[in-house]
Ligand binder design. Structure first.
Ligand code: NA7
Length: 536
């Protein structure tokens, strides 16, 4: 009960990743007494947990950092076009130092439950250590890909070697030299891990169930001079991120695939394939992700590249997706990933043909072979989007849990407010613009901050999404998803995770519209005095 609650805050933020840190900075400006609860022992969220070899983002570094602090932009140097995890973790630690954020963060504090007390107008937040904390406002900054999932193979705990999930990688260095290593999973994390581990492992066996369409990252170092030049362009860079479809520097080409001659098309695709970053995915012909024939054309081009890069034609065919088109799932960006399969120390196992039956003390067993390993790496992904919410018991105004309310798919008002859950602000909550995520993080944090400022000024203490506004927003979410080829494919983007009970069916799990349209919805609500938000 409330009597047991020891501390009362104006606001509690769950998570000290990129969202939580920035939200803390903004809430301090409002004069709110704020406490952040963070499960890890340091700041960084995604960039704290994902320390696996080769981990980096696929956004251009200079488009990824915070844009709100001009001095920070002057002071910080990115050393690669796509910074590796240690650099981004260092960056977020610098932010925490600069703003002296750690004094308001409690580390090693995992939130278990949060219950709204309607009589008092407060949340009671319960940690796994049993402690309870009361707060008027509750902000979730718990990430979109932050709940790692393990496969359901029997015997996982019997393995006598070392095993790791990419999203829960230890801080200690893991040495692969001379080791027999298995990687299970070939999503973005698996691809980055594989290309790194292949450099030193004695033997690397990759267990692939579904191949993904990967494309070259074309990373490179940023020297002092280039960094100075980039710095002069920051305003334009961040301006561009506000204008593009998914907040990357790349935006769809205004032409349709078949508007141009076959030669022109080939030349354009060659150019995209040779350029840095996500251009080939989000800067391609504008009909590439909605028109089947257009998509097949691009898929054919990328398949040709894979066949050129992989020497053994049988392995090349295994690496080419057959049941989904290019870009209909997240495109992993790679650095010599396909060439890894030309190395004598690397083997590819197709687990659709020969399924993994169990993990054994010595390694693993498939339907046709027995393998021995020193290290097994699970690159098996996350219970994405809703997963981070499902593992905390949020109980709202009517005693209903968020998990119950969302059982057939999450709902919200612009991803940030919930009907029946007063004063719960869900940063990057369901159906938010994703893409180059920090841009949406800044937008979300600033939107929530503006709402709280509005409430302060008007003597209000309660905000909740109104049901009609939620219904209208969700209609829009469903509308924009129609006609997207990605909706026909199983992936975390369509809410499918074979390792999680009840998540086998495709749903509209993410917002498929553009970030500018997303922002215009949220901005319009604010501009109309928070129309559709119940305030008092
Ligand atoms: P992903 O993209 O969800 O990839 C997970 C991979 O693990 C994928 O290849 C899965 O195959 C495979 N997997 C998962 N469970 C199993 C089982 N039980 N057996 C065999 N293979 C399995 O996760 P990532 O961490 O790579 O990336 C997540 C996002 O983080 C990424 O999109 C970036 O935006 C950042 P499947 O495809 O399901 O057949």
């Amino acid at each position: 009960g409330l009597a047991a609650a020891t501390e009362i805050f104006d606001a509690v933020i769950i998570g000290a990743g990129m969202s939580g840190l920035y939200q803390l900075i903004r809430l301090r400006e409002l004069g709110l007494k704020t406490r952040v609860f963070e499960a890890g022992t340091g700041v960084g969220g995604t960039w704290y947990w994902n320390r696996y070899p080769g981990c980096r983002f696929d956004s251009e570094s200079y488009s990824y950092g915070y844009s709100f602090d001009k001095d920070l932009l002057k002071e910080w140097n990115w050393t690669e076009h796509f910074a590796p995890q240690p650099e981004t973790e260092r960056y977020l630690n610098l932010v925490a130092d600069k703003y002296d954020l750690r004094r308001d963060i409690r580390f090693g504090a995992r939130v278990k439950a949060a219950t709204w007390d309607d009589a008092n107008g407060t949340w009671t937040v319960e940690l796994e250590d049993g402690s309870r904390h009361r707060s008027r406002y509750l902000v979730t900054a718990i990430g979109v890909l932050s709940t790692p999932t393990m496969p359901g193979f029997p015997g996982i705990d019997d393995f006598l070697g070392q095993s790791f999930h990419t999203g829960l990688w230890p801080k200690e260095e893991v040495d692969f030299a001379g080791k027999r290593v298995a990687v299970i999973g070939t999503g973005a994390s698996g691809v980055q891990t594989i290309q790194e581990v292949a450099k030193t492992a004695a033997q690397l066996t990759v267990f692939q169930r579904t191949p993904n369409w990967c494309a070259p990252l074309h990373n490179g170092k940023i020297g002092a001079e280039e960094m100075e030049e980039i710095r002069t362009r920051y305003d334009a860079i961040f301006q561009r991120c506000q204008e593009t479809f998914s907040c990357f520097l790349h935006t769809p080409d205004p032409r349709n695939t078949f508007d141009v001659s076959a030669e022109e098309r080939e030349a354009f695709l060659e150019q995209l394939y040779s350029e840095r970053g996500f251009g080939i995915w989000v800067g391609n012909f504008k009909d590439m992700l909605t028109d089947r024939a257009a998509n097949e054309e691009v898929s054919r081009f990328v398949a040709k590249k894979i066949r050129q890069r992989v020497k053994d034609p049988k392995i090349a065919e295994l690496l080419i997706p057959k049941n989904h088109g290019f870009g209909t799932r997240r495109v992993p960006l790679e650095t010599r990933y396909y060439e890894v399969y030309n190395q004598p120390n690397v083997t590819l196992v197709d687990t659709k043909a020969t399924t993994i039956e169990r993990i054994t003390p010595a390694g693993l067993r498939t339907s046709d072979a027995e393998y021995e390993f020193d290290i097994i790496i699970y690159a098996t992904g996350f219970d994405a989007l809703r997963g981070a919410f499902d593992r905390i018991e949020f109980r709202g105004r009517d005693g209903v849990t968020l998990k119950e309310m969302w059982k057939d798919g999450a709902t919200s008002l612009v991803g940030m407010l919930q009907d029946g859950f007063p004063n719960l602000f869900t940063l990057l909550g369901p159906h938010n613009a994703l893409g180059n995520i920090p841009r949406s993080i800044e937008f979300n944090v600033e939107w929530v901050t503006a709402l709280l400022r509005h409430m302060q000024r008007n003597g209000m203490t309660r905000a909740e999404a109104g049901p009609e506004a939620v219904a209208k927003w969700m209609d829009h979410v469903m509308d924009v998803a129609r006609g997207q080829l990605s909706m026909e494919v199983d992936s975390w983007m369509t809410g499918v995770n074979i390792n999680v009970a009840g998540k086998q069916k495709r749903i509209v799990a993410r917002y498929t519209g553009s970030a500018p349209v997303y922002r215009s919805w949220a901005n319009e609500i604010a501009e109309r005095g928070y129309a559709g938000v119940l305030l008092n």
